[in-house]
Design a binder for this molecule. Structure first.
Ligand code: HGY
Ligand code: MN
Ligand code: MN
Length: 421
């Protein structure tokens, strides 16, 4: 028997939540550990507590809301996403997954269902990685990939550390952030790509996530006057950078069928119209579902940086700041999502995510799967990000019924359909 959430309450919460850090163009600006992010966290804790959840904040600021089950010794089903955003990002990225998790729990409260297993809603810290790199930091520490001290020492462009900012906003919790026994993890997220919309479908059953690599890179040349300095005497950091930017596009176009490459951030100094650029700091992001493709692209771009530096007579440097392998989700959890979509008559397809998600790290801790809903025009990480509310509700219902199925599995579950709720 399928259960359905309250679309009205979900919508009301979604709109009220996105008033926090709202931008004039209909997006949100709630970067990690900013004041807006603190207000969003405060609102979430308030709603978790109103829903009767036991709230725990861990040492890197991950927020958990636990709903007890009949047998609290059973491992919990974890469900959630993140509420930090891009600078001037979208209203749906992450939020739809955290509020979708809460809405499912509220619905269980409404219908008075006590599940076999505890259910925990979660909001992971620093998923976006825009202010503090790497991204998916809170879930990465939870999965044991990063140490807590590594996270605390990360600095933003103003030299503020993650640890200081976390304490400043009051979310440096006491609970240890480390792997623990979980039954399974589910995450609802907007697709952030065109597949579902192109296919006219409302639900994506996500089978895995691309692997990716991030570099911080820089060229240091010689500043000089843009007028009297002959071209052959220049050591222009931006000219070397432009060779590498062109190379990233070429590598992505030639070294892998699904390979994508991006130079997303670039700072020029002294950044003056009539001064030859002395230094350029830039980033490189390569992704593919094939890990060897990612590694090949990384090798190629390192070679391109060395060659550009030699050609221009500048100093080149690069540092790998993020590397995560591609992930294939747990077959049983994926089938549970597909079965929930079928039971709800939600037309769906299976796909792999080009965007990174906290589920990538949870996949190393417990059986994990994701539910996607369409992004209009496939757009995301901008203020124009949009998902039809009907699709958001369908996705939240699929998530809810998949979680309910798993939370109904008793200790000695034999694999047959478990939901008796
Ligand atoms: O980079 C990503 O894919 C995610 O938004 N952190
Ligand atoms: Mn996200
Ligand atoms: Mn994102």
């Amino acid at each position: 028997m399928t259960r359905e959430i309250s679309s009205e309450r979900f919508r009301d919460r979604f709109d009220r939540f996105n008033e926090i850090g709202a931008t004039d163009r209909g997006g949100v600006n709630r970067p990690s550990l900013s004041d807006a992010n603190r207000r969003a966290r405060d609102k979430l804790v308030e709603w978790f507590e109103e829903a009767g959840l036991t709230v725990t904040v861990d040492e890197v600021g991950n927020i958990f809301g636990r709903r007890e089950g009949k047998d609290d010794d059973l491992t919990p089903v974890l469900v959630g996403s993140h509420v930090d955003s891009q600078y001037n990002g979208g209203r749906y990225d992450g939020v739809i997954g955290v509020l979708g998790a809460l809405e499912g729990i509220e619905t269980l409260n409404d219908i008075g269902v006590e599940t076999e297993r505890p259910i925990e809603a979660v909001s992971w810290s620093n998923e976006e990685g825009v202010r503090f790199q790497p991204d998916m930091l809170g879930s990465g520490v939870f999965a044991g990939t990063f140490e807590t001290e590594f996270a605390y020492d990360l600095e933003d462009k103003e030299g503020k550390t993650f640890g200081e900012e976390l304490k400043r906003i009051g979310y440096r919790g006491d609970a240890p952030c480390e792997p623990r026994d979980l039954h399974s993890y589910f995450e609802l997220h907007v697709e952030q790509g065109p597949t579902l919309e192109d296919a006219g479908l409302s639900v994506g059953v996500v089978e895995g996530v691309y692997g990716f690599i991030w570099f911080d890179a820089a060229f240091t040349g010689s500043a000089d006057h843009a007028g009297p300095t002959p071209m052959h005497l220049r050591h222009d950091a931006l000219m070397a950078t432009s060779d590498v930017v062109e190379a990233v596009r070429r590598i992505a176009g030639t070294e892998g069928e699904d390979l994508v490459g991006t130079v997303g951030s670039l700072d020029v100094s002294p950044n003056s119209i009539n001064v030859i650029p002395e230094r350029v700091d830039f980033t490189v992001d390569f992704r593919s579902y094939d890990d060897e493709t990612v590694d090949r692209a990384a090798d190629s771009v390192r070679t391109e940086i060395d060659h550009a530096a030699a050609r221009e007579g500048v100093e080149g440097e690069y540092e790998q700041i993020m590397r995560i392998d591609s992930q294939s989700f747990d077959g049983d959890c994926v089938e549970t999502v597909a079965a929930a979509a079928d039971a709800l008559d939600a037309e769906h397809t299976r796909l792999v995510s080009g965007a990174g998600h906290d589920a990538s790290y949870l996949n190393g801790v417990c059986p994990t799967a994701m539910v996607f809903v369409p992004s209009v025009s496939g757009v995301s990480h901008t203020e124009d990000e949009f998902t039809e509310w009907e699709d958001a509700v369908t996705g939240a219902n699929v998530l809810f019924n998949a979680v309910l199925e798993k939370a109904s599995e008793p200790a000695d579950w034999d694999g047959a359909g478990a939901t008796n709720a």
